[in-house]
Design a protein. Structure first.
Ligand SMILES: [Ca+2]
Length: 394
């Protein structure tokens, strides 16, 4: 590699990871905005499908088991955050609200290390960086991930089939997500979660345009993490994950465990770090909660006439399905017969290619649902293409 291509590759790598992690860090922020609408959708869709699934007993999504705040201890010494007023107030308030000893929680939060590398990683990318769908895609649709995905699918065929029946979410989507997130548990991150969440909860970089919202998000995640840790029999500093606080094979955020985790193999415990049935159940339940519609495609091919298409109008709603198939078609984004036959709304999704013309797809409601796992159209299309490539190869 020349220095230039090497540098470009590094930037793509950083952007890829940043896309994954900034999206995962903002998952719950977005949940707040969409949850009301999705609840309505879910109830509506749920009613329609109730008859079909009446014989199925879906696993009940569990909140954390009873807290055992005695489990919240640390053997690490007091560090930087023990002297930060905001961090110590947070710890005291958390203890008060969760029936824990303030001295224990202050010791835990105070033991966290400030991680400058994490602050750097969540800072905005340089303005000169150009997004590139083709490079992004090549990082995920590649032989190692395909082979690992085939083996994951074969090993878990029963769980995947049961998830399809229980939640109406296809196996390929679950397999695609876990592949992109962690290569089936191979890359789950090596950052100490307590340090990551404490750093981002109290030192989120102010150079970020949304730093206040992000910092508030991480305080909530730190709170959820303390609650999660109080239910598990392990030292709090032993949890490790991504630089944005995501954990395990499905790279879940602590608050997402609280909301979407299920005991999918019925062994009485939820384990999203190691238990592949529970991991599959979690991903399927997550998409069902966000309104996945069984049998609706995620997107259609679209041919955009760059010169004559009404691009500002078509791109304005971004990934939110807004247009009828006819609207798109007659504004310069030509659909095939399958796309034209689609009855619900579509979005014109733009994926930039650093060099050369952009890639477009016509995204459906289900494409939008995939972006609820991670708010990036690049991420969503990579998940979809990986999952479907694995399915096709089996
Ligand atoms: Ca289980």
């Amino acid at each position: 590699m020349t220095p230039d291509t090497s540098r470009a590759a590094s930037l793509v790598a950083i952007w890829t990871v940043t896309c994954l992690c900034t999206a995962s860090l903002s998952r719950n922020l977005r949940h707040l905005g969409t949850v009301a609408l999705l609840l309505v959708t879910t109830v509506f869709v749920g009613c329609a499908s109730q008859a079909a699934s009446a014989q199925q007993q879906p696993p009940v999504a569990l909140a954390y088991p009873a807290n055992n705040n005695e489990a919240l201890t640390t053997s690490r010494p007091a560090g930087y955050y023990a002297k930060r007023g905001a961090a110590m107030s947070f710890a005291t308030d958390w203890a008060l609200n969760n029936g824990a000893q303030a001295t224990h929680i202050r010791a835990i939060v105070g033991s966290a290390q400030r991680l400058p590398s994490v602050i750097k990683l969540v800072s905005p990318a340089p303005k000169t960086f150009k997004k590139d769908w083709r490079s992004y895609r090549a990082r995920f649709i590649e032989p190692v991930r395909l082979t690992a995905g085939q083996s994951f699918w074969q090993r878990n065929a029963d769980h995947l089939e049961r998830a399809e029946v229980t939640y109406g979410v296809p196996a390929w989507l679950i397999v695609g997500v876990i592949g992109v997130e962690s290569i089936y548990g191979r890359h789950t991150g090596s950052y100490t979660t307590l340090d990551v969440l404490t750093t981002l909860a109290f030192d989120f970089p102010k150079s970020h345009p949304k730093w206040k919202a992000r910092q508030a998000f991480f305080r909530d995640e730190l709170s959820a993490f303390l609650q999660l840790a109080s239910t598990q029999d392990r030292k709090i500093e032993s949890w490790v994950g991504s630089y944005a606080g995501a954990l395990g094979w499905p790279q879940f955020m602590p608050s997402s465990w609280q909301q979407y985790a299920v005991d999918f193999d019925g062994d009485g415990h939820i384990d999203l770090l190691n238990n592949q049935a529970d991991i599959i159940g979690y991903v399927a339940n997550y998409f069902k909660a966000f309104g996945w519609q069984t049998n609706m495609p995620t997107h259609f091919k679209v041919t955009v006439d760059q010169t004559h298409a009404a691009l500002p109008k078509l791109l304005e709603p971004d990934i939110v399905p807004t247009f009828t198939a006819n609207d798109l078609h007659h504004n310069g984004a030509a659909l095939g017969a399958d796309g034209l036959a689609h009855q619900a709304s579509l979005a014109l999704v733009l994926l930039k290619n650093a060099k050369g013309s952009p890639t477009y797809v016509a995204g459906t409601h289900n494409f939008y649902v995939v972006t609820r796992y991670n708010w990036s159209s690049y991420y969503a299309l990579a998940v979809i293409e990986l999952g479907q490539a694995i399915q096709d190869s089996l």
